[in-house]
Design a protein around this ligand. Structure first.
Ligand code: GRF
Length: 197
């Protein structure tokens, strides 16, 4: 069994889809979620984690003097939980270099677009879908990739398209993309565990 930790900041619907796959889907018997870390005390993801009986901790940036000690605290929690794989699932902060180094090739992120399109600094949440609408693209999608120091640049593990219609609002695209995210994140984790990347 691989020991998985999930880093979140918001709703945690991706974390929930991973937990569901562990409980009764494609990750059953392969993975155990040992830890959920949120930087945001108000994240609904924390409640979801507790409902699933998963250890959930909040580590807030403002409790630390600087970025280095904040990331140090996260890394300590990950190590204490003997984490094998880290999944960023709607984690809204830049992840520290020391954490990236410690988990290179073992840290995944999900992005709500077809990377390398619509990635990079400032491209998160609704900004992504707004940019897609503006661009006139007829396709968007979701990407699970390894985390490297540069935003959204790591090797792609799974990517899946959704259609974009001329009448779509950013919210319409977001909904369609999120449904795909929920399917491909567990698939990507399975691929990594089985060494199929
Ligand atoms: C997702 O769209 C994900 O791609 C992005 O943030 C959103 C998180 O949603 N990084 P949730 O917290 O998993 O519901």
């Amino acid at each position: 069994m691989k020991r998985l930790a999930v880093l979140v900041s918001g709703s945690g619907s991706n974390m929930q889809s991973i937990a569901d796959s562990v409980n009764r889907g494609i990750l059953k018997g392969l993975v155990e979620i040992v830890l959920v870390i949120s930087n945001n005390p108000g994240a609904y993801a924390l409640e979801r984690a507790r409902n699933e009986n998963i250890k959930a901790v909040c580590i807030e940036r403002k409790s630390f003097e600087d970025e280095i000690s904040f990331n140090g605290a996260i890394l300590r929690e990950l190590r204490n939980a003997e984490t094998d794989i880290v999944c960023l699932a709607g984690y809204m902060r830049m992840i520290g270099r020391e954490i990236i180094r410690a988990y290179r090739g073992k840290m995944l992120n999900i992005h709500p677009a077809l990377l390398p399109k619509f990635g990079g600094k400032g491209m998160y949440g609704r900004h992504v879908h707004e940019a897609v609408v503006k661009s006139g693209e007829t396709k968007s999608g979701a990407t699970v990739h390894f985390v490297e120091e540069e935003y959204d640049t790591g090797k792609i593990i799974v990517q899946r398209e959704v259609e974009v219609f001329a009448s779509d609002t950013p919210q319409d695209i977001s909904k369609r993309v999120l449904a795909v995210e929920h399917r491909i994140y567990p698939e990507a984790i399975k691929k990594v565990i089985e060494g199929k990347v």
